[in-house]
Design a protein around this ligand. Structure first.
Ligand SMILES: NC(=O)c1ccc[n+]([C@@H]2O[C@H](COP(=O)([O-])OP(=O)(O)OC[C@H]3O[C@@H](n4cnc5c(N)ncnc54)[C@H](O)[C@@H]3O)[C@@H](O)[C@H]2O)c1
Length: 245
């Protein structure tokens, strides 16, 4: 494997959480770079159903059947080169004392089990030299006030990523995760937030702003590209300097 000047070679990818935010931006960038992709989401994706080179799988990533369907759909398109595990949920913010066990179970079912199931079913069929990019968070590396469960789930994604990277390395398969700061998507709720809150979030990042989903997708595609051919087992912040303080 050699780094190349090209940003991406046309191959086949699976993207979860493809209906919104970072996942949707990944699908767009993959399409621009000529990759075929399977777009997975729990919500319907009518805008993608007719898109060239895209197959849609509707399902909950926490269900094993969704992972099986997604990988089967990818193999119809060709050899599987890349998986982007982007689907995630936050659960209600608040102190641990207010946590409902159902919220805990939901957050872990989507963020951790969903990621693990897709990796479980992708690895055996992935081409040697393939690559997996999981989605952690800046609060997957440090704590987040009023986000104990979400933060714990994203720390779990880091541990899963590093461990699978070790297991998959003999086949040349690279497994990494991204740790974004605040991103302007429906999940962060910035669009409906007050100007004061938006400024507060922006100033939490040394670059003085939060990210756009395309910026996180660009980092994900770089990690998956051959330009990152000696990078595996990393939890890479894409956070405008948030974790550098
Ligand atoms: N937005 C941020 O500030 C931020 C920061 C750090 C990390 N992240 C992580 O990035 C990822 C994407 O977040 P986003 O901001 O684009 O969120 P988003 O809410 O805009 O999009 C998430 C997508 O995942 C889908 N989804 C949710 N549960 C699912 C399930 N069980 N099965 C299949 N699909 C499901 C949703 O329908 C949605 O389309 C998440 O893992 C999130 O934790 C987001």
């Amino acid at each position: 494997m050699q780094a190349s000047a090209e940003t991406f070679q046309p191959r086949v990818a699976v993207v979860t959480g493809a209906g919104s935010g970072i996942g949707a931006a990944c699908v767009q960038l993959l399409a621009k770079s000529g990759m075929s992709c399977v777009a997975v989401d729990i919500a319907d994706l009518p805008h993608l159903s007719a898109a060239e080179g895209v197959r849609v799988v509707i399902g909950d990533v926490g269900d094993e059947a969704t992972a099986k369907s997604a990988i089967a759909a990818a193999l119809v398109l060709g050899d599987l080169h890349a998986v982007f595990n982007v689907a995630g949920v936050t659960g209600p913010p608040g102190p641990i004392e207010s946590m409902e066990t159902s919220d805990f179970d939901r957050v872990f079912a989507v963020n951790v089990r969903g990621t693990a199931l897709m990796v479980k079913h992708a690895l055996p069929v992935m081409v040697d030299g393939g690559t997996i990019v999981n989605m952690s968070s800046a609060v997957g590396l440090v704590g987040g006030p009023a986000q104990a469960v979400y933060s714990a789930s994203k720390h779990a994604v880091v541990g899963l990523t590093k461990s699978v990277a070790l297991d998959a390395a003999p086949r040349g398969i690279r497994v990494n995760c991204l740790c974004p700061g605040v991103v302007d998507t429906p999940m962060s709720g910035l669009a409906g937030a007050s100007e004061g809150l938006r400024e507060q979030w922006a100033s939490a990042h040394p670059l003085g702003r939060y990210a756009q989903p395309e910026e996180i997708a660009a980092a994900a595609l770089w990690l998956a590209s051959d330009n990152a051919c000696f990078v595996t087992g990393v939890a890479m912040p894409v956070d405008g300097g948030y974790l550098a303080r």
